[in-house]
Design a protein around this ligand. Sequence first.
Ligand code: IPE
Ligand code: IPE
Ligand code: MG
Length: 239
Amino acid sequence: MSSEENKLEHVAIIMDGNGRWAQKRGMPRTFGHRKGAEVVKEICKAAEKAGIKYLTLYAFSTENWKRSAEEVETLMDLLRQYLKSDLQELQEKGVCIRFIGERQMLAPDILESMAKLEEQTAANDKMTLCIALSYGSRQEIIHAARHIAELVKRGDISINDIDEKLFSDMLYTRGIPDPDILIRTSGEQRISNYLLWQMAYTEFFFTDVLWPDFNEKVLLEIIDSYKSRERRYGKIKAQ
Ligand code: IPE
Ligand code: IPE
Ligand code: MG
């Protein structure tokens, strides 16, 4: 164990298991999404209370567009409600809200609410809540690569200017430190196209708890367990 406690600035979560939670109760999958949205609110408050500066939540992946039209529509409707009520409440609490993902896929009214929230909360500094919506990490990396190629072609930068800092600044997560912790609920142990570049040295935690059952207690247990992990970054074990 290292002598210093691990820094904890950024927690990223893959909120998985809504469908299974509902099915276990003989209910449609969308019932689980509704309950899941309530948990989001609780966890944002708990994270802020725990002193976490950045919370990034995977709400909808680029691959999730392939689900049934009915499920996608319910998720988008829940999002509409969320943008109007719960996020407004967080805004009043001093939380800065950001969205990462492929915006062109989203409906105009959703885009408008997102832009408004980002603008209204830009100066808030209690915590940054980053919502990954229509997000895919490979798409994000391709987007960055194209942007950089364009800058080189225009002669704005040279090939030698391309380094980790420049590349990071071309990602949707520009300005946000890399996650210290990744949590995935529901027992699955994969990243599902989430923050591939950003998670090079993130500590992973997988829990069997389904997202609608996730709560402050589980979050705090994970944070506690993270504190005793040794982050080596390729170096030799601390003496
Ligand atoms: C996570 O729950 C929410 C989204 C992906 C939008 P799922 O809908 O993936 O639930 P499971 O994994 O099928 O139980
Ligand atoms: C990942 O969950 C995306 C979100 C939680 C938004 P999925 O349920 O879509 O992931 P896979 O399909 O099981 O990998
Ligand atoms: Mg899932």
